[in-house]
Write a protein that binds this ligand. Structure first.
Ligand code: UDP
Length: 233
């Protein structure tokens, strides 16, 4: 795969590293080092980050779901501000776009604005998900990657690809080199949530799943070397 513009999804838990909550500076610095290799090679990089290291809407039953999801969306903004700063310290130019106004902290998303930043060689963070409750950052990245005409969505996960069953529970589990999104949906393999899977299928957006712990895994994936699983549209 030849990549010109890629979107990378990092889960909130991935940022937290072994601490499971908040930020793990070493983990984020390592992500920054690898992204910089790709930016220096001329690849345009969009980043979407989850919020699970702080808050998930569906885990709180004490408050209204819409409000809980608003907290979740703001958690993704906090994550993007942190990671964007670490990226700047590593020598990259960055901008954070959100689907709602956050004062001077971020810029309001528009396709034209994002394209302008990409053309300047900036890493663009798409924070705040879709801006709507009952969605996830999986759907957020599917929407923005499709809208921004990315070549591929890269999913850096704790696991090194897509398996036919959970390798932690089944030692015979088989890893796919490639699999279609239709099969991912039919077999309920949960690469991304169903809403995001259907969007990617409908709009022919491929995904690649690989391990965040693979040495230079992000840099490899951004340069088209996928050692995990390619999910074809
Ligand atoms: N969220 C939302 N709309 C979006 C994206 C995210 O409401 O478009 C909220 C939702 O509450 C979610 C949280 O932000 O639980 C964090 O996003 P993430 O995708 O990490 O959530 P997860 O998939 O882990 O629940």
């Amino acid at each position: 795969m030849k990549m010109k513009r890629v979107f990378l999804k990092l889960s909130g838990e991935a940022l937290a590293g072994p601490k499971k909550t908040g930020f793990d500076e070493d983990t984020v610095k390592e992500v920054a080092r690898q992204v910089k290799l790709s930016v220096d090679a001329g690849i345009q990089v969009g980043i979407v980050i989850g919020g699970g290291n702080f808050w998930r809407g569906r885990t709180s039953e004490a408050i209204d779901r819409t409000k809980a999801d608003q907290i979740g969306m703001l958690a993704t903004v906090m994550n993007c501000i942190y990671v964007s700063e670490i990226f700047r310290n590593a020598g990259m130019m960055t901008q954070i776009l959100t689907p709602f106004e956050c004062g001077s902290m971020t810029k309001l998303f528009s396709k034209d604005r994002a394209n302008k930043y990409f053309e300047k060689g900036m890493v663009v963070f798409f924070a705040g998900g879709t801006g709507h409750p009952y969605f996830s950052t999986d759907t957020g990245i599917a929407l923005r990657a499709i809208e921004m005409e990315a070549d591929c969505i890269l999913l850096a996960k704790a696991i090194d690809g897509v398996y036919d069953s959970d390798p932690k529970l089944n030692p015979e589990a088989k890893k796919y080199d490639t699999i279609s999104i239709q099969e991912v949906i039919d077999r309920q393999l949960a690469v991304v949530d169903l809403t995001a899977s259907i969007m990617c299928m409908e709009h022919k957006m491929p995904m690649a799943v690989f391990s965040l712990n693979e040495k230079d895994g992000i840099a490899n994936a951004m340069q088209g070397r996928i050692n995990g699983t390619i999910v074809t549209a």
